[in-house]
Design a protein around this ligand. Structure first.
Ligand SMILES: [Zn+2]
Length: 318
């Protein structure tokens, strides 16, 4: 790679891997997306064909960085639908059936020569909403996505929690209806088996884009139940929710969720927890992925192993 003379801004190449699309973008240290591109995930193709689709948007953004924006890409940050192994060493997104234990991090590193850092999409969302979105300035909160599946991320005292296997905040498998529907994980009545887009379709026989009032209320209530238990156990007073199902159900969902939280969390103990929609909209996943990259870079920096990174890039989210 040739370098252009003169001072260049450093950016993160953000990569969002959802069930139906791959997106990539260039994010500055301030969380501004300079450029982005996306490609639909082709159904039923092999693992290398999926990777070729991803490579197309990654290369497009690397090219844009060189030719259009005069910026230097310092790292790749990934937000990926789960399950994943820590740092996206392998990924197995539920809706990309031919990626099972696909070694994404190594493939991207080999392709680009850049350091690659990855995490679950819901944890990435927690980083972005805490940095620039609805939880900005809040040191302890829970972020959730309610869409095809249900995911979550927990920030406590300013730190995104990883947990023993990197899956902290996997709220979708909290049981909200004892004895309820069988979940993909094997248990019954998990939030994901009762309130995800897939579950709603299975229960009602209708697309979650055409919900009844009752199903919007019920979904809100169940999400509020799980959120309320988390708020109580971790002493949180804010839950930020995104995802197509929650945002599509809008006020009906959020009002029902708030009523349930009021009924189960911090009852009689002062401050009530609040549930609110994400604020970064369709930029959230890429900003979150970029934040994962920033977080990874900052963790590399230590007195023992200094990494030459511009001070600007080290000023991002924790
Ligand atoms: Zn489950």
């Amino acid at each position: 790679m040739t370098s252009t003379p003169g001072p260049q801004r450093d950016v993160i190449l953000a990569v969002d891997i959802g069930g139906t699309k791959f997106a990539a973008g260039l994010m500055t240290a301030r969380g501004v997306l300079l450029d982005r591109s996306r490609v639909e995930v082709e159904p039923d193709v092999g693992p290398q064909s999926h990777f070729a689709g991803l490579v197309s948007v990654v290369n497009e953004q690397l090219e844009q960085a060189r030719t259009q924006h005069d910026v230097r890409v310092r790292a790749i940050g990934i937000g990926c639908a789960g399950p994943i192994e820590r740092n996206c060493e392998t990924v197995s997104p539920l809706n990309i059936s031919s990626w099972r234990q696909f070694p994404l991090r190594a493939h991207l590193e080999e392709l680009t020569g850049l350091p690659v850092y990855g995490d679950l999409d819901a944890k990435a969302l927690a980083l972005s909403e805490g940095w620039l979105g609805a939880a900005q300035g809040v040191s302890s909160f829970c972020a959730m996505t309610v869409s095809t599946g249900v995911g979550g991320g927990l920030v406590i005292d300013g730190e995104l929690l990883d947990g023993a296997t990197g899956n902290a905040g996997h709220i979708g498998h909290m049981i909200v209806e004892p004895g309820g529907r069988r979940c993909g994980c094997g248990a019954r009545g998990c939030l994901e088996a009762e309130a995800s887009g897939l579950a709603i379709e299975a229960i009602t026989g209708r697309s979650p884009t055409e919900p009844t009032y009752d199903i919007m209320r019920r979904t809100g209530r169940l999400v509020g139940r799980a959120a309320g238990m988390i708020c109580t156990s971790l002493d949180l007073d804010l839950v930020v929710v995104g995802g197509g199902v929650a945002l599509g159900f809008a006020a009906t969902f959020f009002n029902a969720a708030q009523e349930e939280i009021d009924a189960v969390a911090h009852v009689g103990q002062g401050v009530a927890a609040r549930i609110t929609p994400v604020r970064l909209g369709d930029q959230g996943p890429l900003i979150g992925a970029g934040a994962v990259g920033l977080r990874g870079l900052r963790r590399e920096v230590s007195p023992r192993r200094p990494v030459p990174i511009s001070a600007e890039l080290l000023d991002g989210p924790s």
